[in-house]
Design a binder for this molecule. Structure first.
Ligand code: NAP
Length: 250
């Protein structure tokens, strides 16, 4: 089955680098136009240029997704540029502030929940009406994590945000199903990006050792899964969490 993404319009948050950039470029390779969002438009511009080089329309936007008003302003500017509405929202922006709970500050907790979980609420709400008006084939894809399924010492804030995101995904799938909006989560394991570059030496080796495929994943591998869900190939998939982790969480 063809993905049939040509000429459609996707919003990808956290698109300045890593998994978000790979998602934006994988969608662009399929002919999908992309609105690339990061904390500032300047930070997302390089990805937007890379997408334009692939022959699609792409523009960089800045927003702090953790702030309700910023997500509303983001939606207003994107919809001003795309009066007909958007087809796909990928909630990918995310942060970590790892600490054991005894050392975790209130700010560490709030920051991770605010970006990873409330951010997805803010943008989903801001784009909900336009997605529902697409009359079929619209998508929300939330980038969760295997940590949201299994938990991890030192990541209680992150695990709670991603577990919450998975529950949020299932609820939106039920709310939006009658409008033919498919809502799914993708749960990566360890992927080579800035977020995991800090893990070195023995710690990295210990992480690699629990992955049956014996390596960290590439951001492009996550991008391909998102494109599959965004395309016609995902037309009867909703409310699910797709684990992409080299076998880590079996
Ligand atoms: P990354 O390289 O650290 O990139 C994070 C992205 O999120 C950047 O584009 C950043 O924009 C954006 N962002 C952060 N806070 C934001 C905010 N308040 N408003 C708007 N954008 C914001 O991370 P990554 O590894 O690609 O991860 C992407 C997603 O995958 C995250 O949700 C992460 O939790 C999830 N994930 C990653 C892994 C992994 O192993 N890497 C595994 C499982 C899940 P700026 O450049 O402007 O800061």
């Amino acid at each position: 089955m063809d993905l049939n993404l040509e000429g459609r319009i996707a919003v990808v948050t956290g698109a300045s680098r890593g998994i978000g950039r790979a998602i934006a470029l994988e969608l662009a390779r399929e002919g999908c136009n992309v609105a690339c969002v990061a904390t500032s438009a300047e930070r997302a511009e390089e990805t937007a240029q890379m997408a334009r080089d692939l022959g699609v329309k792409a523009k960089a936007y800045g927003a702090d997704v953790s702030r309700f008003d910023s997500a509303q302003e983001l939606a207003a500017s994107i919809l001003a540029d795309h009066a007909g509405g958007i087809d796909i929202l990928v909630n990918n922006a995310g942060v970590t502030r790892d600490q054991l709970i005894l050392r975790m500050s209130e700010a560490d907790w709030d920051q991770v929940i605010d970006v990873n979980l409330k951010g997805a609420f803010n943008t989903s709400k801001a784009f909900a009406k336009t997605l529902m008006k697409r009359k079929g084939n619209a998508r929300i894809i939330n980038i969760a994590s295997v940590i949201g399924l299994d938990g991890n010492a030192g990541q209680s804030n992150y695990a709670a945000s991603k577990g919450g995101l998975i529950a949020f995904t299932k609820s939106l799938a039920k709310e939006f199903g009658s409008r033919q909006v498919c809502v799914n989560a993708v749960a990566p394991g360890f992927i080579e990006t800035d977020m995991t570059h800090g893990f070195e030496g023995e710690q990295r080796e210990a992480m690699r050792a629990v992955i049956p495929l014996g390596r960290f994943g590439a951001a492009e591998e996550v991008g391909r899964m998102v494109a599959f869900l965004a395309g016609d190939t995902g037309s009867y998939l909703t409310g699910q969490t797709f684990v992409i982790d080299g076998g880590m969480a079996i």
